[in-house]
Design a protein around this ligand. Sequence first.
Ligand code: HEM
Length: 412
Amino acid sequence: MTDVVTDEVPVVRLDPTGSDHHGEAARMREAGPVIRAILPGEVTVWAVTRHDLLADLLTDSRVSKDWRNWSAIRRGEISDDWPLIGMVKVTNMVTSDGATHQRLRRPVTKTFTRGRVERMRPDIERIVHGLLDDLPNHAAADGSVDLRQHYAYPVPMNVICELVGVPEPWRPRLRELVDSIFRTDTTPEEVVRTQTDRQRMLKDLVELRTRESGEDLTSALIATREQDAESFTDEELTDTIWLLLTAGHETTLSLLVNGVRALLTHPEQLEAAREGGEQKWSEVIEEVLRWDAPIGNFMARYPLEDITIAGVTIPEGEAIIAPYSGVGRDPEQHGADADRFDSEREQQRHLAFGGGPHICLGAHLARMEAQVALPALFERYPNLKPAADIDTLVPVPSFFSNSASTFPVHLH
Ligand code: HEM
């Protein structure tokens, strides 16, 4: 992708096929601490490429997360079939500020407590062990198994669907819809179809859980609304459920893929994790989150007034993306060897779960899924080997998601 410099601020064109994720992130960092980025449809946004500057931005009350503050949308320049619209024009806590953000986040934090997540551990273990038993049944003609398809994907998908109360027969279509939202190379027709199907499925889910309520989060959110009609509009309720489904699935799937990828290419650190127990696994998982963060770039924050960062003024109403995987390898934060996977490193602090008021509220669940799924995989299949060159795995066609789209391995 060609990089150009306009108006003194360097510009990097983001590749919607995600072909060289970390290379692109490095070029963004090298271009400067505050740069402009070109998205599909020639939509230009800003990016803050340093860990400390991004950490400050995440807590800066002068920036909004509400897409209604993006002047390009207000001017009608962003249409409803823009490939990234599904990441922008939603009405839930991620795209709201202040009191509205609190109103939408609180009911979820109230029902999605640490205790509830801890109580899910046996369910996660059951799901993980069932999938491990089943893995050999998915071997291709050459004996390899696609670990993304048959392990990294179904672990979080089943966990989040059980948590949210999605019936099993709906899950394959749900998966297609989530995949489509995260891709950055979709056609306008697909965008419109995805949005329509997504809305229909969520409406059906709310109707189902209103008729047949259970222990799941959808039922809990419906109960909250029954007690307090002001808590959610219909759209806010379905978009909040959608947020949980998407945020809880694609990201954790990438964490598992990236974790296995890192450990198979760093066997000495895999050995240390196997010997070191829970604490060591936790360090490994934090290092995967830093070194190969599941979220590449995240949409968007909109300054409510002109703001100056590292001497560059970003005008009010522009969009700023957060390059989470890029700042994970920022040498100013992590040292000259930031590119190296090293679970022993002292400075593990990362922004893979964001920061400030919008910090990920599923971080505990994601860490727990990885804490169960990664050791169990290597325990069950101690001779697990990649079936293809790990460096040439085809990436997910996206600059939002940072992972491989297939991951063939030999189990024995
Ligand atoms: C490894 C897995 C995960 C990663 C890397 C991740 C990352 C993130 C990041 C970076 C944000 C902040 C986005 C921003 O506003 O800039 C975020 C927010 C969020 N995440 Fe996660 N996430 C993960 C797993 C989960 C899970 C399992 C759930 C829930 C089931 C979840 C639910 C959420 C929600 C609801 C928000 C929005 C919070 C708000 O706007 O107040 N995430 N996540």
